[in-house]
Design a protein around this ligand. Sequence first.
Ligand code: FAD
Ligand code: NAD
Length: 478
Amino acid sequence: MSDSYDIVVIGAGPAGYHAAIRAAQLGMSVACIDKTTGADGKPSLGGTCLNVGCIPSKTLLDISHRYAATSDYEELGLKVSNVELNLAGVLARKDEVVGKLTGGVDMLFSGNGVTPYHGVGSLLPGSDVKVTKDDGTEEILSAKHVILATGSVPMQIGAAPVDDDRIVDSTGALSFEEVPNRLGIIGAGIIGLELGSVWSRFGSEVVVLEALEKFLPNADERIARDALRSFSKQGMDIRLGTRVLSSDNHGDGVTVTYLVNDEEKTLECDKLIVAVGRAPYSDQLLNDDSPVKLDERGFIFVNEQCETDASDVYAVGDAVRGPMLAHKGMEEGIMVAERIAGFKPAVNYDCIPSVIYTHPEIAWVGQTEQELRDTGANYKAGTFLFAANGRALAGSDAEGIVKVVSDAESDRILGVHIFGPQASELIAQAVIAMEFGATAEDLGLIMFAHPTLSEAVHEAALGVAGHAIHTVNRRKGK
Ligand code: FAD
Ligand code: NAD
């Protein structure tokens, strides 16, 4: 007889494990199947995010930032000597953090009564699920509802096939055993910039080849321009409008051939990271005649409530449309668990924060000025520079800007864009304000502690009406 559950979740990444835990909190019996094996050979929950994504990359970003910051200490009146990089120690620290968090999901599963299964889950006709274990044995679970949360994998390009030796994807780039002297990166997207920052701070000479002519096309235009200048100053050589033709791992390094302005060029590097986007993953998940359909790009087709074309089967996270972000998947997982339990929550897809964890960080929520201009919307904007923020100056970290964009008539906030210290934390204030339908004036009327970086958000909101105090407003407001 098969084990039976109210809900079987396939995939224990952020989307799947949030769905599983919330469903268990709501009193349902839940199983969660995941196939990931950690470096120690044991099952490792948490998906891409915890194992080879958000967490290891942020650990390396934080450590590399501290390492690189020591070169500015003299300016602060501090003398440091003998700061040395012990890369093996750094990687061990990263693995320790990953282990703590993946183990934490294990503990949360057992504390909430979620039953984990290690293996590959496949949806059978109806809503039963087959688990194929590493030793090839199979088990059938019967479920009233199934949640598919199988995530995504790095995209590949023919011009630079990953060989896990010198040509790697983001996973390989989290574990270089030595700092490459010369590092090539294909793709100046989020992964290219974050991992480029890590290795550049550790001493690599970094060259990034980006196909588009425009840098960070989804970010605010001014912020993209300022960020490009800043990252170039930090040592990342970002070459836009390039077309990679081929790459050759010749044993001593990699030769990349690319076109720029119709001219063929070559790049020699010790390692090459391919970071050209991620593709939804659903291998071995569905039968050929499954009523669950994929869209033309391979995403599992769902509606706004994450319902697939099969009754009682839902899909969440990177495997479905929308930005491939851990927090987006988490909220979808919670929404689905609660809807199965009879509640009616919804995910607000207009209010998803984006963060790039470079230094300074880039973060935004809502619409950009250029998007509003393109739709002919009437808007107004206020900006404030961190150079005029007391806390940023006191912390010797005063590069960047906050921009608040609001509707010209109603003053309702339409977007907030930040390039600066702690932008990843500051953006939460904007998300809260927008979720509550706040106007720029509302944000301006709120009291912020002094001296804090948050005051830059306050002043940018005041700036929308020309009321910012620590800057001379171009527009005078009453
Ligand atoms: P995943 O995390 O991919 O989890 C899916 C899980 O399902 C995996 O464990 C997979 O092995 C398993 N699985 C797949 N198919 C099956 C099957 N048939 N049976 C059993 N198990 C299966 N996002 C952010 O928001 N912030 C960040 O800072 C950030 N940094 C990132 C850094 C890097 C280097 C990378 C690569 C990604 C980063 N992301 C970040 C993106 C984030 O990791 C993903 O958006 C998130 O992990 C998606 O969650 P998910 O649950 O949908 O899928
Ligand atoms: P991305 O979509 O952010 O960037 C890929 C870049 O590669 C784009 O700029 C694209 O124009 C470029 N590109 C594509 N093909 C190319 C080619 N042949 N030659 C040169 N350039 C090419 O993708 P990513 O950086 O791989 O990251 C994947 C996803 O993972 C992101 O979209 C994001 O959703 C998620 N992620 C999020 C975070 C975060 O939230 N901080 C961090 C890392 C990853």
